[in-house]
Design a binder for this molecule. Structure first.
Ligand code: HEC
Length: 239
């Protein structure tokens, strides 16, 4: 059985380079998750709500409805707001926009939306259409695409991370066997949880659990492997 402390120097430099780059890649991917998914609920830091917003969406209504109950409430009287909400719930048909809704919006909204740079322009149907749709989170085609990339890619990465770690010495056998299987178990849970969250929002807890599991098990394997390859006073027999 080859051992990390007695590796051929060329193999040792190959493994070291690989583990460092993969370790950096994992750190970057956690950073990226924080900045994209992490901001989904509008607050920095990954929470279960972020996962729910990303995969399940916000089904309580469209952005337009949310705003009309929030910061845009004072911009129109109650009747106008009700007319807008009804129109949105009907699927915001363009014919009605031309007939009636466009005029209401022109009277109440476009003195800002269409004039102030940086806020959406609602002088045209296309401009307001994007905030009338109910946010249903990730679509099935998107999920299928990211799932297969994720399954293939991550399985590959961990094959080598775990493979290198199997050459570590002094790790109790049960821990060795389980820690090598962990990333694959968490990979399965991770991808499963995205799909499950699309239908059952509380499955988002599984996504967070799986992410934590990857991070801990890969961190443990990478650091242990690097330490055993470079630890001062390691056996120099074959090196
Ligand atoms: C006095 C100016 C003003 C008027 C009038 C106004 N808005 Fe706004 N609206 C803003 C500003 C500023 C923002 C961005 C800040 C915010 O989201 O509260 C905004 C944001 C929004 C957003 C969120 C856009 C997004 O993509 O996040 C929606 C939806 C919206 N307004 C709808 C309306 C509707 C419908 C009306 C008319 C009933 C209206 N607003 C009237 C100034 C205005």
């Amino acid at each position: 059985m080859p051992s990390l402390s007695r590796l051929d120097p060329a193999l040792r430099s190959l493994f070291t380079g690989y583990l460092i780059i993969i370790g950096l890649g994992l750190l970057m991917s956690f950073g990226q998750i924080l900045l994209t998914h992490g901001m989904a609920d509008g607050k920095l830091g990954l929470s279960v709500d972020d996962v729910v917003y990303s995969y399940y969406g916000n089904r309580e209504g469209s952005r337009l409805e949310t705003k009309l109950q929030g910061s845009m409430k004072l911009m129109a009287d109650e009747q106008t707001r009700a007319a807008l909400v009804q129109w949105v719930r009907k699927g915001s048909p363009e014919a009605e926009w031309d007939a009636r809704i466009g005029k209401l919006v022109a009277e109440n909204c476009t003195r800002c939306h269409g004039v102030i740079p940086g806020i959406p322009d609602y002088t045209q149907y296309a401009g307001i259409k994007t905030v009338t749709e109910i946010d249903e989170g990730a679509t099935v085609p998107t999920l299928a695409r990211v799932s297969h990339i994720h399954l293939f890619g991550i399985a590959f990465i961990f094959f080598f991370v775990c493979g290198i770690f199997t050459m570590a010495e002094g790790v109790p056998s049960l821990l060795r066997v389980t820690v090598v299987a962990f990333p694959y178990v968490f990979l399965g849970i991770d991808v499963f949880s995205w799909w499950a969250t699309k239908w059952v929002p509380s499955a988002a807890y599984l996504t967070v659990l799986a992410g934590t599991g990857y991070a801990l098990s890969s961190g443990f394997m990478i650091l242990t492997s690097l330490w055993q390859m470079w630890r001062p006073g390691r056996s120099k027999k074959d090196a």
